[in-house]
Structure formats: structure tokens, C-alpha cells
Design a protein around this ligand. Structure first.
Ligand code: 5GP
Length: 187
């Protein structure tokens, strides 16, 4: 059976990682793609497990040699998905999920129109704004910057195939499951 590529993006602070983790726990046959990044490993992160950690030079080399299916710059670091890695996973018949930013997701769609793009969004901008303000961890300028970024991502999300609203975690996981299983049934 031809496998599908699922691409999941979401605004920061929306709990995209938690929704995806819940989905993967219930559906262990899905494989999460491992990206390359120039970001330094955080504590506990392992090369080849969380990311392939590359130097800036090696990353640039991959760009120059057209090795990436997509890549993007995010918060001062570069992130990318290797074309060969995805091709190999699909050929091996693996169900694969990419968890990447919205710029990268739209690049994947251009090259692989059959890829399914899913955006995990907050119930509303106001809800997210209240959450950010309620945490009292960022000043007004930082909150405005985050909200501006979220607005840009929501605009890009207009070109996604599906939106999953994360108002309640269990509901969001079920909704994501319905989308993915429904798409697989179309194959
Ligand atoms: P973090 O540094 O917190 O692990 O990831 C930061 C952002 O980079 C997240 O929004 C994540 O979805 C995105 N990201 C991770 N891997 C890739 C990738 O291969 N390509 C793109 N375009 N974004 C990625």
C-alpha cells in the first residue's frame, strides 16, 4: 500500500508536541521523522534520536547539494528534512509524520502535493493571549512578538488540508486520529 506523508505544524505554545505525543502513544506504528538542525542539543537530547545535529557548514553543504526536501530558519537556527531519509522511509512502507514549522510544511506540499498538512491551532488568538499574559513570564513586547508570529502562522495555515483545535487534549488527539485514519482509508 502506498504510504502517506503527514505533516504537522502548530503555533508555539499551542501544545502541538503534547497532542502528537498522545497520538503516537496510541498509534506506535507511526514513525516521527528525524530532522537536521544547527541548534545545539538541549540537555538529554541525543544525536540521531531527537535530531541530527549538524554544524552550520554541514547544513549549508546539504542546502548547496539539494539534499533537503524542505528547510527553514526558525528562531535563529536552521532546521531541515533530508529528501533521501523520507524517500527511504516511504519505500520501506513506514507511516511517517513530520513535525515541522509552517514554512517547511508549505515547501513539502509544493514538492509532494499528496502530503497531508495538518495545523494544530489554539481555540482562538484571545485564548492564547490570555494564556501568555496569565503566565507572567514575558513582557509586553515579547507577548506582542509571539502574537504577531502566531498571526503569520495562522495565515499560512489557511493553505493546510486540516486544522485541529487544541481546546481539550483528549479531543485534539481523537480529532488528529480521525484525520489521519480517514486519509489512510482513502489510499
Ligand atoms: P525546537 O528547537 O524547539 O526543537 O524546534 C523549533 C521549531 O522547529 C518547531 O516549530 C519545530 O516544528 C521546527 N522544526 C523541527 N524540525 C524541523 C524541520 O525539519 N524543518 C522545519 N521547517 N522545521 C522544523
Amino acid at each position: 500500500m502506498q504510504k502517506k506523508l503527514f505533516v504537522i505544524s502548530g503555533s508555539s505554545g499551542v501544545g502541538k508536541g503534547t497532542v502528537l505525543k498522545g497520538f503516537l502513544q496510541k498509534n506506535p506504528n507511526f514513525m516521527l521523522s528525524i530532522s537536521c538542525t544547527t541548534r545545539k542539543p538541549r540537555q538529554g537530547e541525543v544525536d540521531g534520536v531527537n535530531y541530527f545535529f549538524l554544524s552550520k557548514e554541514d547544513f549549508q553543504n546539504c542546502i548547496d547539494n539539494d539534499k533537503f526536501l524542505e528547510w527553514a530558519e526558525f528562531a535563529g537556527n536552521r532546521y531541515g528534512t533530508k529528501r533521501k531519509y523520507i524517500k527511504q522511509c516511504l519505500e520501506e512502507g513506514k507511516d511517517i509524520i513530520l513535525e515541522i514549522d509552517t514554512q517547511g510544511a508549505l515547501q513539502v506540499k509544493k514538492q509532494m502535493p499528496e502530503a497531508v498538512l495538518i495545523f494544530i491551532c489554539p481555540p482562538s488568538i484571545e485564548a492564547l493571549e490570555n494564556r501568555l499574559r496569565g503566565r507572567h513570564t514575558e513582557d509586553e513586547a515579547a507577548i506582542q512578538k509571539r502574537l504577531d508570529e502566531v498571526k503569520i502562522e495562522l495565515e499560512r495555515a489557511e493553505n493546510f488540508d486540516y486544522k485541529v483545535v487544541n481546546d481539550d487534549l483528549d479531543n485534539a488527539i481523537s480529532e488528529l486520529e480521525n484525520v489521519i485514519i480517514g486519509e489512510q482509508a482513502k489510499c
